[in-house]
Design a protein. Sequence first.
Length: 721
Amino acid sequence: MSSKNNDTDYQRYLALVWLGNAMKRVHRRSDEAAALIAWIEEHILDLCEGLRAGDETALVEATKSIPVKRRGRAWRGMPDHSMMDSDEEEKATNSDKAWRNLRKHVERLASQAESVAPDLLSTRLGELAEIARLSPEDVAILELPLRYEVQPLLESLVDSITRARRFGPSGIGTTVASCFLDMNPKTIGRRLAFDAPLVASGLLNMDSDGDIDIPSRLKKIAWAPEKETDVRRLLLDASAPTELDWSDFDHVAHDRDRLEKIIRGALQEGSKGVNILLYGPNGTGKTELSKVLANQIGATLFGGGEKDERGGAPSPSERLADLRLAGCLLGKDPNALLLFDEMDDLLGGGFPDLMPFGLILGGRRRSDGSKLFLNRLLEENAAPTIWTTNHAKSIDPAFLRRMTYVVHLRKPPPSVRERILTRQLERHNVRIEAAQVARLVREFDMAPGVMEGPIRAAALVPEAEMLAMLERGLRNIAALMGGKRRVQSTPARFDPTFIQADQDLVKLADRLTRRGAKPLSLCLHGPPGTGKSAYVRFLAECMGLEVLHKRASDLLNKYVGESEQNIARAFEEALNTHSFLVFDEADSLLADRRGAHQNWELSLVNEMLTQMESHPLPFACTTNYTEKLDEATHRRFVFKVRFGYSSTEQAAGLFRRYFGMEAPAALASLKGLTPGDFAVVRHKAEITGQLDDADALVAMLRAECEAKPNLPGSIGFSPVA
């Protein structure tokens, strides 16, 4: 017998059992009895299919034995026999006998069919009962509304009574349940108490009309294919594999490693109320970090509240039901984690309207108990739960304080983004050279997840157009998501050995990189073009940090107090994005207070100094006029590096690096050259077509030197020895 036929046979058996129970509990002279008789007449073929020969005929005869006038119109209440004549009393007695005979015949048919094997739904209900520790009575109560929702034969049987009682077609209350299950209504009421296993687990609930309600997700155990044997995977959706690995989250290594220890300990100890919050911008890998953690621990990560039973978007009330259900299904599993994405859908906006789900206490809707209910849910959830959100500030503080550990996930550093982007391109078969991949990572300030859309677009065009399509897509989505400028990266031909400074910049970068992203302040001062900003970008890349570049024009504001607030926001942004903060034109922000004429000039410097002292990450200031800085700033900077004009040897090296040829002897006569001059001349030579003309290049460099005031040898800044 096929699985489908077996399922049909078992539904027919249950219909006979429920019908027999109902016939025992309704009175013959009632609307419900008349409705049941009509239902039997309509479904005789369904009920008797596959049973012993002659059963159909016997059932037809038993049904017809009830007088026609009684089948067509039910009596209201108990008839008074004393008011009947003998003929009427005899007919009523015969009708009662015929009813009892019909009921016994239905019960015999159910007895004959009870040997049929349980269907797939019954098997899965048994597995669910074992996980949730449900009693046989609990299973029967759960099975009634579930089969009503998914099996038409049983739905029509239940409707026959609910309609006769003038209920809506889906009104299965305790009275109707007791009728079909042959259970005492008080027993059913106790099983549906708020703290009883059925309701506490999220498997059932009572709505405002007193009807039994099931979460829509539960229907999947009836519809899902037979090949899926784990009922938890049917209801919760095991997370898909991840392409990322442990090292891809080295930029949050401290938090990542602590999370592993917390979750591993929670699983080993069976701790309740363990909630992890991962928050940060779109595409930073919150969901992927959850998967990586599960892989590292050797646990299975289940997703809660991601899809409804049909694969669509669930409502907030359905997501809450999934959360409760997940706690029931995973609580006793020492290797199971729950991932609940987009936490703000459920807990954001102050407090959501959860009442459609029907948070019921003692059979009554409680409009004042929702927040308390969720607080307790977070405190007592059995399985460690990882929550994610893009907007942590939208979450009610009462919920946030119940988080066991919170991690702010930032964009990975360029090296990690390049590695992830390379894998993304390979997965979509987008062929782009490694050098171009590195360039795109440097130029576009994006989390890996945000790049996925443009990559998929590039995969749809011919190979020759892939790079252009990807670059255009990245530019468009960057504008859409806030119009961010391209990240300023280290110049392509930058080499710290060609920078003239009063310290060894290569050794300094090496020492600071080994130290890591700890509190650090630098003041880089010297003439324009000497490489101050380029060196900071080089240093940030060595340390694996993004550069957050702020100019005085970005911060200064004509309104009182706004400039100070902008400075505070800049430091906060650097902290939130884990960036290397750089202030250009620092002399405008840290001007000597002895020459101040306005109160705002004093408060501006005070704000800068205060923020500098407490900032926990590296930051730097650059200026062309160190003599204009307030004297209090000198002790605030850990490193003060003086940049100067290039030496003769450095100028020759820069000539080779920028133009690919040996420097002419005439280059040695030029004073006041900087790396910036070589960058400008190369660009000019590309435009004029003179890149291979050494004499012309030297002439252009000489023009750059002559355009500068205070050349070395007169009264200006002299090269560093």
